[in-house]
Every structure is written in structure tokens, then in C-alpha cells.
Design a protein around this ligand. Structure first.
Ligand code: VAL
Length: 445
């Protein structure tokens, strides 16, 4: 049977942007930036996106486009008889693990959207949003119900395949997301404390530039946000037609992803400053701080609907790309139909997600890494080990396993100066930098 492919390059670009723009840009970006000094973090983050993220995204795309198979199969085809396919296996595991905790947070977002829609969250619940968030996430069945609902929606689209499922969904979701974000940002800018929020986001504290933790956080966030190192972008690129060119699409996706993060910052920080929230509130910023702010602002209920609709939509298109990684693999290797593969993978991911969700309730005493609960542990393992390692291996594969000619030809870069800069970054800078940052972080601990 002929392998599925994108109908148009625009369809691919929107889907890849959909993959990149997700909870990472809104939920994760806002609290990591909040905890790491705002503007200083933003500058270093942009540096990592431009210097490492975009070149690496191109690396992952070129492996997928040349391999024309899923994350594991592409490596097998390009490097037969070697162990390189383990990089793909790691991607499949990474994508599966990230989606397992991602789907829990998606379930929470869906629950919030529902409660904004029925008007429940328009005013602060008794005991406050913090208390209600804790009470609710520690129950057993309800969070699982919302997570299940979310996973069903993801599985249903992935079953339909690339052209009819993922491409179509993103064709609607991405433009809608962009419009919604701009509307919310404009609204945020009209708030009284907007200038303070903007200063936090755009006026760097120069003393923070010597802090290694900010670099670590910025690099991790850049990889997470661009969805690199987990094989999702590789798999998406494997459905490209051979005349669809990579470099401009890659730069476009990298820039759009960053613009979305900055706009998310413009939506969130002015609101936090205007209404006396705390930017260092961490992961609950979006589920506790923002709802309290919405409750105290005029028309806050409507803003809440807009915001959580945005979060669900962004998360949805990212989840599609993460589910596609194991589905493409299982579909090819186990000979299952796409439908069966999507149901099997969706069920496994949901099952892992159940443990993550229970980690907020009856299993809250379970810790895996240090004293972190199940969600934080999986986020930690994937973010600090699997993503950087996966990205580094892909860079080494392209920079050292391929010949220079092969690498440059498959990157499809035309300009000589860009060709050599890209190759130099991938071959030398990325592996060394990831190693140095990893070692520094271990020593720092
Ligand atoms: N890049 C996405 C995000 O930022 C996912 C795929 C991790 O949320």
C-alpha cells in the first residue's frame, strides 16, 4: 500500500507548527520564564532557538525526509546493519512518555474549559482556585475521565491518517489559535499593570546572565518547544513529497514557535502583574494564578473561555504529533492497521497516564526521581535526558555518520555560507555544547 503523504507543503508546515506550539509555549514557557527571571531567560531562550534549535530541527527533518519511514525505520534504512536505529527507539519511548503526562495536563485543561463554558469558574470557588485545583486533581476518577476524553479525540484523528486526519485538523486549529492568541494579547495589553508585565518579559536583568541554571532551563525549553529529539518531527518529514523543500519551512516553524511563546508571555505576564499574582508560582501558574486573575477582572469569564480553548487547541495539535511517532512505528513493524495501531498506542499511553494522574491523588507519596511526583519525574527524565540525548545523537548521525556531501545535500540548503555554518554547528557545536551543559548540570547538583 502506498505510504500516506501531506497534500501540500503548507499542510506539513501547519502540522509541524501545531506540533511545536503546545502546552510548552503556554503552560511550560510561562512558568519556566517566570522562575528564571523573565527577560534574561527569554533572550537566552531565543539564542538557543536560533543557534541550536532551528539547525537541529533541520537535522531531524532531513533524516525523516531521506529515510521516508517512521523514527526507527528511517534510521534502519539510512544506516542498515548499525545500531543507529536505537536513536529512533529512544524517540518512540520519549514521545510515548511525554504524551503520557502531557495528556494528564490536557485533561486538566479540558476540565477547566468545560467549567468556564458552564460558568462555574467565572467566580473564585470557596477556598480559592488553589484549593479547588488540589482537591480536584487528587480525586481518582474525574481527572481520568477528562484525560480519557482527550486521548479519544487524539486517537480518532490519528486513525484517519496524515492527509485526512492530522493535516485537516491543523489547517483549522492553527489559524484559529493564532487569532485567539492575538485577541487575548491585545486585551492583556489594555490592562493597568501591562507595562510592568512587559518590563518583566523584555527588560533583562544582566546579573542573571552568569547563572548556569538559566541556560539549562532555556536549552531544555527550546528543545521541548520545538518538539525535537523525540522523532515526531522526523516522522512528519517522512510524509513529505520529494519536491517539498526543507530549509525555509524549518526557519518558518522555528520563528512561529518563538513568536507564539512571546505572545503567550504577553497574554500572561501583564495579567499576572496587574492583578497581583506571582510570576514564580511554577507549574500551577496557568491553573491557579490565572483563573484567580480572570475571576477578578471584568469579563474574566470570557477571557477564561478564550484562554483555555487556546490551551486545549494548542495541546491537541502537539499530542497528535506525539501519538503519530509510536503509531507509525507499530503500524509498520507489527503489521497492524493504522486504526489498530492508534488504538493500541493510545491505550498504552493512557495507561501510563493513569499512574501520572494518580500521582496527584492516592499515589502522591510515590516518587521516582529525587522527591518528584510521577509527572515531574517523567518530565524530568524526558526533558533532561531523553530529549538532549536524542537531539545529540541525531546531530552526531548527520554530522559524523553521513558524509559532508550527503548531509548538505539532504539538508537542502543552497547558500554555501549557510551550508558550512549549519554543518559546523551540527558536527561540532551541538554535541559539545549539550555535553558541557549536561555535565555542568550534574556538577551543579
Ligand atoms: N512541542 C510541544 C509543546 O511545546 C510538545 C510536542 C512537547 O508543547
Amino acid at each position: 500500500m502506498k505510504r500516506d503523504e501531506w497534500k501540500s507543503r503548507l499542510g506539513f508546515m501547519l502540522a509541524a507548527m501545531g506540533s511545536a506550539v503546545g502546552l510548552g509555549n503556554i503552560w511550560r514557557f510561562s512558568y519556566v520564564a517566570g522562575e528564571n527571571g523573565g527577560a534574561t531567560f527569554l533572550l537566552i531562550y531565543i539564542f538557543f532557538i536560533l543557534a541550536f534549535g532551528i539547525p537541529l530541527l533541520l537535522t531531524e527533518f532531513s533524516i525523516g525526509k531521506a529515510g521516508k519511514k517512521d523514527a526507527v525505520g528511517s534510521f534502519m534504512r539510512l544506516a542498515p546493519g548499525t545500531k543507529w536505529h536505537w536513536t529512533g527507539v529512544m524517540g518512540v519511548i520519549g514521545g510515548t512518555l511525554i504524551l503520557s503526562f502531557y495528556s494528564v495536563v490536557c485533561g486538566w485543561s479540558l476540565y477547566y474549559l468545560f467549567h468556564y463554558l458552564i460558568g462555574d469558574f467565572w467566580t473564585e470557588p470557596t477556598g480559592g482556585f488553589g484549593q479547588s485545583f488540589e482537591n480536584w486533581t487528587s480525586t481518582t476518577w474525574e481527572p481520568l475521565f477528562w484525560q480519557f476524553l482527550f486521548m479519544i479525540a487524539v486517537v480518532l484523528v490519528v486513525i484517519r491518517g496524515i492527509k485526512r486526519g492530522i493535516e485537516r485538523a491543523n489547517l483549522i486549529a492553527m489559524p484559529a489559535l493564532a487569532i485567539l492568541m492575538v485577541v487575548l494579547a491585545v486585551y492583556s495589553l489594555t490592562l493597568d499593570g501591562a507595562s510592568e508585565g512587559l518590563a518583566f518579559l523584555f527588560t533583562p536583568d544582566w546579573s542573571q546572565f552568569g547563572n548556569p541554571q538559566v541556560y539549562l532551563a532555556a536549552m531544555g525549553q527550546a528543545f521541548f518547544s520545538l518538539s525535537i529529539g523525540i522523532g515526531g518531527m522526523l516522522t512528519y518529514a517522512s510524509y513529505l513529497k520529494s519536491n517539498d523543500r526543507l530549509p525555509t519551512a524549518t526557519v518558518g516553524i522555528g520563528i512561529m514557535d518563538t513568536v507564539f511563546a512571546v505572545i503567550a508571555g504577553i497574554v500572561i505576564f501583564p495579567a499576572v502583574f496587574s492583578f497581583g499574582g506571582d510570576v514564580t508560582d511554577g507549574p500551577p501558574l496557568v491553573f491557579i494564578t490565572l483563573p484567580s486573575i480572570f475571576a477578578s477582572m471584568p469579563a474574566g469569564g470570557l477571557v477564561g473561555i478564550g484562554f483555555f480553548a487556546l490551551l486545549v487547541m494548542a495541546a491537541y495539535s502537539s499530542a497528535l504529533s506525539m501519538l503519530e511517532v509510536p503509531v507509525a512505528y507499530v503500524h509498520r513493524t507489527l503489521g497492524l492497521s493504522r486504526k489498530a495501531a492508534a488504538i493500541v498506542c493510545g491505550t498504552v499511553i493512557f495507561a501510563i497516564g493513569v499512574t501520572v494522574s494518580l500521582g496527584y491523588g492516592i499515589w502522591s507519596h510515590v516518587t521516582i526521581v529525587e522527591n518528584k511526583n510521577i509527572l515531574d519525574s517523567i518530565d524530568y527524565i524526558t526533558g533532561n535526558y531523553i530529549l538532549p540525548l536524542g537531539t545529540m545523537l541525531m546531530a552526531i548521525f548527520v554530522g559524523w555518520y553521513w558524509t559532508k556531501d550527503q548531509a548538505i545535500k539532504r539538508s537542502e540548503i543552497n547558500t554555501p555560507i549557510l551550508q558550512s555554518s549549519w554543518y559546523f554547528i551540527i558536527r561540532y557545536i551541538v554535541p559539545v555544547a549539550i555535553l558541557v551543559i549536561a555535565i555542568t548540570s550534574i556538577v551543579d547538583k
